[in-house]
Each structure stands twice: as C-alpha cells, then as structure tokens.
Design a protein around this ligand. Structure first.
Ligand code: DOR
Ligand code: ZN
Length: 347
C-alpha cells in the first residue's frame, strides 16, 4: 500500500506547557490532530475550571488560523481538590477530565496525590458525572524498582479504584508493559489505555546505547523488548480498549542534558509518520485508523472527526527535523532511529 486515507487523528494526551514553548509546540500538534486532551502539569499546575479556561484561551491563540483544533482541558487532582468546584467546571464544559499524578511520579507532579483514599470522594463525584479519570500509573515508592512501578501501581492502586468505583471511566495513560495490556484487557469496559509512539518504537536498550542518552528518558521509562512487542500487538490489534496518546512532552536541551535530566520526549512533529511505519512493519495498516482516530473518541463518547487525513509512502526515507528553536534554546524532536517512509500528504 502506497497511500492511505484515515479519519483525522486525535491525540488524547499532550503537554503544551505555556508561554514561548506553547507557541512553538502547539502548531506541531494542530497540523495533524483534530483534538487533544491537554495535560495540566504546568508550574504552577491547572487546579480549577477558571485556570483551565484561561489556559485554553492561550492554546487557541497559539493555534494557526489554518488549523481546526479543539483542546479538551483537564485539571490536576490534589488532596485539596474541591468536588463541588470540579462538578461545576465539568457541567460548564470548562474541564473534560481530571488527571491523577501520584506525588513525585514524574515532571511537575510534586503537588499530586500521596494517599488515594483522600481523593475517593472526588472520584465518586466523577463517577456520578461520567467524568473521565486520567491516570499516570506508577507508584512512587523509591524502594520499588523503576521498571516495576507501573506493574505495582496496577496491582495495588488501580485495582483498588476499580473495585471501589467500577462505573468510573478511566484511562490508564501511556502504558508500557504487557502486565498493563493484560490488566486492561481483563478489566471492565470503563478502563481503556493510551499508548505513545515512543513506547511502541523503542525498548530500554535505546537509553543506554553507546552511553547515557537523555533524549530517550521518559516516564514511565522504556521497558524490555517483550513489553514493547506486547504494546505493538495491543495497538495493532484494533481492540477498542487501546488508542493513541502521544505524551509529547517538550523540554529544553539544557534541562534534558543535565546531571538530573527531565523526563519527557517531544514527539508531536512525526508521531503519525512513525506510527504508520510501525503499523506497516507489522502488516497492520488496516487498523491504524482505529488506533489513531476511532477508539479514543468512542472511549470518551465523542463523535468521530469528519475531516480525513492522507498518508503516503515515499521511495526515500523522511529526513526528520532535529529540533525546534524557542528563543535561542532548542527542543529536540523525537527520532525513533529507524527509517520512516510514510509521511502526511497535503490535502
Ligand atoms: O516523560 C514524561 N514527561 N512523563 C510524564 O509523565 C510527564 C512528562 C512531562 O510533563 O514532561
Ligand atoms: Zn504525560
């Protein structure tokens, strides 16, 4: 197959940050995606509907006129989140979902949740409202091996939440292990999972190939090859429980190439060509549209996008831009280090 046409994709998990970075990265997403769920882990975080609405306006102002793009806003749950404010913001459409960061799990998660029991009344309200809970699924206990933190989270915290509130709509975000694939498959219909392009493309060896390579450090961290394969099987299966969330997470080079480098991969620019190549390599181009454009919308009870997007396969590999420039600083663009022959075709 040399050309395919799919429903325009959505990215159900993206970090836009704020100010100058926001202006630089928003067009990289809005070029190819119709809708996104926007992560709230700014400094300081987005904690209520009012802040979400102001942030949405900054995103809309940064969206190029030629692009039709709808941001779906989220709030960052803390142990102080007010369930009445959350309810009002949800009913007024100021927020679409709430994000659970276990405190200390990842970038800017310091004000996240330490004790899940403290937010159960908020989660109960969300279940009643039909408001989705988005979860960074890793425990933060430093005694637990970094490669096991997702598995321990699903077995303890996630199993507890689902058991208490089976009717709560949950997205287990950026899953990285076969344990999560199995757990999601076996759980009730309200639990679905997003998968990133980088966890589909690479395993943990990439982080250490020839030295330590900070641009491949993200959280949850890349895992063993058997886990990557399990993610590829889940994504390419067409199973409606799995869909795309890029977790595109820009950081300046100086914050990545650092004695204590930040976690995050900025992949918005080539997510779709990379995914098309991975699906093609696995003889699964037929299910690409389900993963990028259909399964996520149905999990969130949204209609499919009406607009289409064409992808074409070139004779020669794509030459990826290496970085985005922001005020004299650079953000490195994710490179999966394999040849990509697919590209988005102009309409
Ligand atoms: O690698 C990551 N980067 N994982 C996250 O969960 C957060 C993100 C960020 O905000 O940089
Ligand atoms: Zn993220």
């Amino acid at each position: 197959m040399k050309k395919i046409e799919i429903t325009k994709p959505d990215d159900w998990h993206v970090h836009f940050r704020d100010n100058e970075i926001l202006k630089a990265v928003v067009p990289e997403t809005t070029r190819n995606f119709a809708r996104s769920i926007i992560m709230p882990n700014l400094i300081p975080p987005i904690l209520n509907g009012k802040q979400a609405t102001a942030y949405k306006k900054r995103i809309e102002d940064a969206t190029p006129k030629k692009d039709t793009f709808k941001p779906f806003m989220t709030i960052y749950l803390t142990e102080q989140t007010d369930k009445n404010e959350l309810k009002e913001s949800f009913i007024n459409n100021a927020i679409f979902a709430a994000k659970l960061y276990p405190a200390g799990a990842t970038t800017n998660s310091g004000s996240g949740v330490k004790d899940i029991k403290k937010i159960m009344p908020v989660l109960e309200t969300m279940a009643t409202l039909g408001m989705p809970l988005l979860i960074h699924g890793e425990v933060t206990d430093q005694k637990i091996d970094i490669f096991d933190r997702e598995k321990v989270f699903i077995e303890t915290i996630l199993a507890f939440i689902i058991n208490e509130l089976p009717e709560l709509k949950i997205t287990l975000e950026h899953i990285t292990t076969s344990d999560s694939v199995n757990f999601v498959n076996e759980a009730n219909k309200n639990l679905c999972a997003s998968i990133t392009p980088h966890h589909l493309a690479l395993n943990r060896n990439t982080i250490f190939k020839g030295g330590i390579r900070p641009h491949y450090f993200c959280l949850p961290i890349l895992k063993r090859e058997k886990h990557r394969k399990s993610l590829v099987d889940a994504a390419t299966s067409g199973n409606s429980k799995f869909f795309l969330g890029t977790d595109s997470a820009p950081h300046f080079v100086s914050d990545k190439e650092n004695a204590c480098g930040c976690a995050g991969v900025f992949n918005a620019s080539y997510s779709l060509p990379i995914l098309a190549q991975i699906f093609d390599n696995n003889n699964a181009l037929k299910t690409l549209e389900k993963f990028t454009s259909i399964n996520g919308a149905s999990h969130y009870n949204l209609s499919r996008n009406k607009i289409k997007l064409k992808l074409k396969k070139n004779e020669n590999p794509l030459r990826l831009r290496k970085s985005l420039e922001v005020n004299g600083e650079k953000i490195i663009i994710f490179d999966p280090e394999f040849s990509i022959f697919w590209d988005v075709a102009l309409p």
